[in-house]
Design a protein around this ligand. Sequence first.
Ligand code: KG4
Ligand code: ZN
Length: 384
Amino acid sequence: MSDAYILGIESSCDETAAAVVRSGAEVLSNVVASQIATHQPYGGVVPELASREHLRAIVPVVRQALAEAKRTYQSLDAIAVTQGPGLAGALLVGISYAKALAYALDKPLIAVNHLEGHIHSVLLEERQKGNCDLQFPVLALVVSGGHTHLYLAQRHKQDWTYQNIGHTRDDAAGEAFDKVAKLLGLGYPGGPIIDRLAPHGDPLAVKFAPAQIKHRDRRDRANHEESIDHRPRIDFSYSGIKTAVSRYVETHSMQSSIEIRRQVLANIAKPRLEDYLENCDKMTLDLVASFQQAMVEDLVTKTLTAATAYDVATLFVTGGVAANHHLRQRFERDAPTHGLPVYFPSRPLSTDNAAMIAAAAYPKFLANEWSAMDFSADASLPLR
Ligand code: KG4
Ligand code: ZN
């Protein structure tokens, strides 16, 4: 089989991304235009602004991806694009552009699930390192700003299947990081800031009660089942810890110092770690460290419980929150004691990117699974 050059396009949230990947195994370019500066003043992603920024960025980002890969449009074998889940208006920008490009070039178009992309970012990098020998089934923790899912992934030749065995009942883990950082006046996105500040606080200073999931999941029919083949679903819940941080702030009268910090940091274009540290007292640093500790503890414990219950051979941890240093350390320490090899993408491929979309499209390309030109964005596209 000769090489296949796939252009990936990703626009599901606040990153406009394009990448060229050779045969799902080599990243030739990986361009990401981040909209952080646009959304920062609002402390979160504003959907209308995201669509407008994608429109602005999509053409130059794709051009740059081709230039860096030293490929012409005509030399591409397929165009892959994220269909969902994500923000509908943001997804539509990438999809419309990919359709137009595929039509004009007369190339196959392949729609990809964003979550499948996060899983394939791990596979892409392992192939790139020459490791083609992963054992199945794989348990993948996909943990980001919009998602916290556990998937059992199986491969039968080019056919991949995924079974969701757990998800968050309320906030995603990355959303909790972002909301807590916003609450503490630390800015957006919160995950990377909390990651850098946490080593400066005491992770045992504040105790958070573990999340209790008492109610049945009413979100959709498939998830009404509390167990799969008599094995438990392993769900997550992170709105409680955010409320607990908010209550701690109130009971410890932290509001006025938070407001001062918010204003000082808002006036610094790109705050450095020293700027954050100068503006954080010990109580804040301890709270940040304890919050991160509780989040990581919950994610690691539940994932390892699921890995045992479903008797998996390999663990993947992927998505924006997989960039977290403490989370990686804990998995690297604890997964081997369960006899499990654990794999992460490198940090640039943990957060949203288009190389993962091009990589996930490769098995579909080999199986001739092209998408018809009439598919549309699906904001809550399930992964199966
Ligand atoms: O995968 P991603 O780029 O976008 C989504 O699909 O959501 O993930 C972004 C999320 C944000 O919530 C961000 O705060 C979080 O990932 N994040 C982190 C870290 N880097 C990004 N969370 C914890 N520690 C980090 N180092
Ligand atoms: Zn993502």
